[in-house]
Design a protein. Structure first.
Length: 268
């Protein structure tokens, strides 16, 4: 099974932010996904759909991602404004409490998304109601994959560690009650390629389609942004593997094949 992990478009009403053409960055991602990965089952968009929460920003994202050849599912992030988010993204799943909390049954297993948006802070948390629901979902599903905006691990980047998931112990207690049922955690928020494991559970995130977080991995530098290239991730899942490929889709022009004999790029 193949799916696409895309995150943090941070769209604005104007389509621009920090001298970046956000509209082009997101549209190029859609074009690349459709051209190279039209066999993907779905696209997961792990939050910060808009930067300031303007209604026009959500309309813009809805129009651009509407061009995808496969279904796409958004999560909510700390920059999103729920009222505008749900109004502007008619296909955004939500639960009976109006949170962006949902389960998708895919050919790889259960994709479970939680809403970590927490009023008054750019940090996040998972409330008890969602944790209780997650407990039931993990009980039912031996092949589960969790999707969040705020990831549960620390990062080593001080600016991000000041706006983390605030209650990772609560999340872990639920996951640990169902050993082996959660195969991987995918999250957004980092604006960097960042992979590893948290308490033994593999995780990954991917660069934003908007601006990135500079890789100042010294535990003290202030949060610094970067205009480096965006990415999405292609994820391949089967019984043995969860494989995450980071795709720098705006650098496809850098690709070449080479002649092994001559040790030079092959002629076109
Ligand atoms: Fe973000």
């Amino acid at each position: 099974m193949k799916f696409i992990h895309l995150t943090d478009p941070h769209m604005t009403a104007s389509g621009e932010l920090f001298d970046l053409d956000l509209e082009a960055r997101l549209s190029d991602a859609v074009e690349s996904i459709n051209r190279r990965h039209s066999d993907a089952e779905l696209v997961m968009v792990t939050g910060d759909i808009a930067h300031w929460g303007e209604p026009l920003a959500y309309e813009r994202v809805n129009r651009i991602l509407g061009g995808l050849a496969m279904p796409w599912y958004p999560l909510i992030g700390n920059h999103d404004v729920p009222e505008a988010y749900f109004a502007g993204l008619p296909n955004a799943p939500k639960d009976e409490a109006g949170r962006a909390c949902f389960r998708l049954d895919t050919s790889a297993g259960a994709f479970i998304a939680l809403d970590t948006l927490t009023e008054g802070t750019h940090a996040g948390s998972v409330d008890n109601r969602q944790l209780k629901w997650l407990d039931g979902e993990l009980e039912k599903s031996e092949d589960s994959f969790l999707f969040l905006h705020h990831g549960p691990s620390r990062t080593g980047i001080a600016g991000m560690d000041r706006i983390p998931l605030l209650n990772p112990d609560d999340l872990y207690a639920v996951i640990a009650a169902h050993p082996g049922n959660l195969r991987h955690i995918f999250f957004g928020h980092m604006h960097r390629a960042f992979h590893g494991s948290w308490r033994g559970i593999p995780f990954s995130t991917v660069k934003a389609t908007a601006h990135q977080v500079a890789a100042l991995i010294d535990g003290e530098s202030p949060l610094t942004s970067s205009r480096e290239m965006p990415a999405y991730a292609v994820v391949l899942i089967d019984d043995e593997n969860v494989l995450v490929h980071d795709i720098s889709y705006m650098e496809e022009a850098a690709e070449f094949t080479y002649d092994r004999e001559a040790g030079r790029p092959a002629a076109d």
